[in-house]
Ligand binder design. Sequence first.
Ligand SMILES: NC(=O)c1ccc[n+]([C@@H]2O[C@H](COP(=O)([O-])OP(=O)(O)OC[C@H]3O[C@@H](n4cnc5c(N)ncnc54)[C@H](O)[C@@H]3O)[C@@H](O)[C@H]2O)c1
Length: 345
Amino acid sequence: MKTYCVTGGAGFIGSHLCEQLLAQGHRVVNIDNFNDVYDYKTKIRNILNSTRSDFPFTYSGDKDGDLAMLQAVVESDGYRLVVADIRSMDELEAVFASERIDAVIHLAAMAGVRPSIEDPLLYEDVNVKGTLHILEVMRKHGVRKWLCASSSSVYGNNRKVPFSEEDVVDYSISPYAATKKACEVLGHTYHHLHHIDTIMLRFFTVYGERQRPDLAIHKFAGMLDKDEELTMYGDGSSRRDYTYIGDIIAGILGALSYVERMENLYEVVNLGTNRTITLRDLITSLEQEFGKRALIRTLPNQPGDVEQTYADVSKANQLFGYNPQTDFAEGIHKFVTWYRGNRHG
Ligand SMILES: NC(=O)c1ccc[n+]([C@@H]2O[C@H](COP(=O)([O-])OP(=O)(O)OC[C@H]3O[C@@H](n4cnc5c(N)ncnc54)[C@H](O)[C@@H]3O)[C@@H](O)[C@H]2O)c1
């Protein structure tokens, strides 16, 4: 049994990862500050589901009280929930001083392109300073294995497809992308100076059960469900490499076992599918799932949005056998099935 520190484990990807690590018999220390980007109650449900708790949680409406209750409910030999902010070195220090952590999977971040244009300083604070804190506390406590969430957005408007880890990523077009690139650079610095074995994982738009409510698939599903008009930015021809959550988790676990068995490792690795779907086709898939035609309002492309993402995943396949299994129709069906059962979130 290993002890893994997952940051951002109350979120979409993090809660799935914690669930799988627990299922494999590991101890998980989840550090999350339950920020208000979306409803903290959704994150409480993520935690209850990921720890497979059947406790009949009743919300008091007081966030601090609810989180204290949650911590008590889910605490076990195998799981510890720490409500803390990665911007606080003192809070991180207290966690690392009290645990023997084998590896850190750092997912906590301000995610999303458009809000980063509104509040770039917050993105810099959480994503850059917070990541530096994680690296510092790892260095101080001798934790030498690290996975960190980067993003396909670092490719900006890369013309060459599919996007390869060899491509130059110096031309970010959003503050979010710039902070993720900064994390990759910090990761290399700590690898070089302090021998932290590292894989930076460039996730390509992740979807599926528990997906963040601000992401297009989830937003569109909500609008279709409520017969509201869908806002489509651009003419619908923009393309994304959408990656089903189960494949992303398989990729993270593959990367984890690879980083654990290798020495002197720094790698940047794409986790996508090597397939793209247009925005228009995404809407059509959702229309089919809901059995409805969407009312669509078209608006101009948004600043910071890239025209396409398209992953070359051969490196992940070569290094740790990554092989995404879920085709888009199947993944969307799973998402919509989940959505229908979880409309409160
Ligand atoms: N979902 C995607 O499509 C996608 C694509 C590329 C990269 N990523 C990256 O993957 C990671 C996870 O994304 P997600 O979609 O699960 O997002 P999410 O918002 O659901 O999860 C992030 C979690 O981090 C926590 N957090 C944020 N700031 C924190 C802080 N200062 N201290 C402690 N915890 C904090 C949040 O409360 C949240 O629970 C992020 O780093 C994101 O940038 C996601």
